[in-house]
Design a protein around this ligand. Structure first.
Ligand code: NDP
Length: 240
């Protein structure tokens, strides 16, 4: 039986590339998304991958959404927590809502999805959870106290849950992408982006497919000894 994978925020950008990569590797993949129905329709038409709409920041919606997937598709073996948003601004301009929304979706989403899917993986003795963090969670970034805190939190969440999953065959890892050419980065003003690219040793933005390759590696059948790790895929921009 093919493994069943859910990719949150799977209809666009990095999530879409992850869906396609896992599907190509033989998994049965479903994509969650937040609200952009048109992007979801195009995605399904182009990839043949079914979509499920719910807000990953909503605990109850995650439990119900994942239960629906399990009923319609099968027990979930792989969760890729990829959904994420930015609400940038320096601290003195950032509202409490901007802080809360980013924490709720980017970090809360990982907790909600794990609550929904980790117990089943544990029971069945096999699972893969991959959380998409960020270089800005590792190094910090001007104007992103909310995003950097949430992403940094993801790296801690990963190491803690990895310890809980280890003896049950459930691995939990993170990927910390550098700057990748998606809609999220298209929103960065051109002069700022030029300065960012100048700091990337390989001299270019990354491609979504390059993150997807890392996810596929961490989700492989024979990747059971890799857990609690953070894979940096960033063109050499941040090394440690
Ligand atoms: P995009 O903005 O291109 O896509 C975001 C995806 O997340 C969309 O499918 C969107 O759905 C979904 N989403 C947003 N909010 C929710 C929600 N509340 N519930 C469910 N789904 C939601 O993002 P990227 O592909 O650029 O980024 C993907 C991940 O990678 C994010 O976690 C991001 O923080 C991280 N990352 C990205 C980097 C980059 O350079 N691009 C660098 C480092 C990390 P919808 O279409 O419905 O809005």
């Amino acid at each position: 039986m093919a493994r069943v994978a859910i990719v949150t925020g799977g209809t666009r950008g990095i999530g879409r590339a992850i869906c396609e990569e896992l599907k190509q590797g033989g998994m049965t993949v479903v994509a969650n998304y937040g609200g952009n129905d048109e992007a979801a329709r195009n995605f399904t038409a182009e990839t043949g991958i079914v979509t499920y709409k719910w807000d990953v920041g909503d605990h109850q919606a995650c439990l119900e959404g994942c239960a629906k997937v399990e009923q319609e598709v099968g027990p979930v073996d792989v969760v890729v927590n990829n959904a994420g948003i930015t609400r940038d601004g320096t601290l003195h301009r950032m509202s409490f809502d901007d802080w809360n929304e980013v924490m709720r979706i980017n970090l809360g989403g990982c907790f909600n999805m794990a609550k929904a899917c980790f117990p089943g993986m544990r029971e069945r003795g096999w699972g893969r959870i991959v959380n998409i963090g960020s270089i800005n969670g590792q190094a910090g970034q001007y104007g992103q106290v909310n995003y950097a805190a949430a992403k940094s939190g993801i790296h801690g969440f990963t190491k803690a849950l990895a310890q809980e999953g280890a003896k049950f065959g459930v691995t939990v890892n993170a990927i910390a992408p550098g700057y990748i050419d998606t809609d999220m980065v298209a929103a960065v003003p051109e002069p700022v982006l030029e300065k960012i690219v100048a700091k990337i040793p390989v001299g270019r933005l990354g491609h979504a497919e390059e993150i997807a390759r890392g996810v596929a590696f961490l989700c492989a059948e024979d990747a059971g000894f890799v857990t609690g790790s953070t894979m940096s895929i960033n063109g050499g921009q941040h090394m440690y």
